[in-house]
Ligand binder design. Sequence first.
Ligand SMILES: Nc1ncnc2c1ncn2[C@@H]1O[C@H](COP(=O)(O)OP(=O)(O)OP(=O)(O)O)[C@@H](O)[C@H]1O
Ligand SMILES: [Mg+2]
Length: 388
Amino acid sequence: MFVFRKVEGYALRMKDDKDVLKLIQIQKEIDSRKRDALANYNKDFVHEKQMAFHRSQKRNRWVFGGNRSGKTECGAVECVWLARGIHPFRQNRDNVFGWVVSLSQQVQRDVAQAKVLKYLAPRYIEDIVMLEGKKGSPEYGVIDYIVVKNAFGGTSKIGFKSCDQGREKFQGASLDFVWFDEEPPKDIYDECRMRVFDRKGDIFGTMTPLKGLTWVYDEIELNTSENPEVWCEYMEWNDNPYLDKGEIKAMESTVSKQDQLSRRFGKFSTAEGLVYPEFDQNVHVIEPFDIPKEWQCDISIDPGLTNISTRWTLTETYTSWQSISRRGSPLTDTSQKSSRLQTASAGKGTRKDGFAHSSTARRIKGLSLRKRASQSCFAKKVFWSIPT
Ligand SMILES: Nc1ncnc2c1ncn2[C@@H]1O[C@H](COP(=O)(O)OP(=O)(O)OP(=O)(O)O)[C@@H](O)[C@H]1O
Ligand SMILES: [Mg+2]
């Protein structure tokens, strides 16, 4: 009897231990899922533009976004979903092979690679092959490729490439996807398109358009070749629910309107610098006044196909005056242009040789004339703003 009780107690303890072990395991799994960035992606706060990108079924998708708008984050998640074979909005495949393309190896290490490692939990990594550094701490080195456990039972491969290696290093492979984090050179983009050709793979890009109207503008934004697989969207600071609203306000007030076009809104813009970077509203703008007729010296006109740009140069005794007038609204016919110029000239009391008189002259007579405040009397500048 005594022996039986002892054995029974032992068996019960064993059972308790097993249960406790099971509970510990469950708790560990819950904790690791809580820490799993992928499981928590867009869970509490949803970045709608990121989700629109993930949902799009097109095969050539681009996110044009301002800085910190959340571009790289969604590019990295897209890669991990595809490689793991768990994409919530796409037909998943086993043994996926894709590339992550950065501008340089340093940028790869610090940006795209870091985000992929953030969203790819270690338990799904079969192997890591490094170009530089130790595979025990891949975040500090440059990864060549990661072998990923695919949900279908096979393994996928995420390779890392950088544009500074040159187009030749992009040859040969057959791929399921290519992700460009920031704008690649055209030759590398073209090469990558060939890489996904036979597998009917995907191209996607996430970038801030800082280089002006490049090939991406024509090929993706304008989609001049009318490729039905091209898709793009814009992301700005306010689209990113993970950015602090107060910080956005503070940044808005310090970044110029021109820079905000690309750096905030992710828009393509032609401006590569201001014509008069020294222009300061507080220094160069004064109250309107009538210009004495004798000041006129010269008018130069750049007719343009749609917009006119006109510049009046005026001279006062011992004082040189310059003015700039830039027209915003498009004028389509020559008579319109002529009339506008003549009107603007009349408003300044300047000569109108070669232009017909117009009744609209009176309307703009009070043209706002702005003069630089009290600078050297030998180099005063005057700016007009012409109502458009
Ligand atoms: N879905 C998200 N979940 C958690 N954090 C996010 C998410 N989207 C964006 N963020 C946060 O917003 C910030 C900017 O994200 P991200 O690095 O993707 O921006 P970016 O547009 O690529 O910026 P950059 O112009 O510097 O390349 C980061 O701090 C990131 O962690
Ligand atoms: Mg980024």
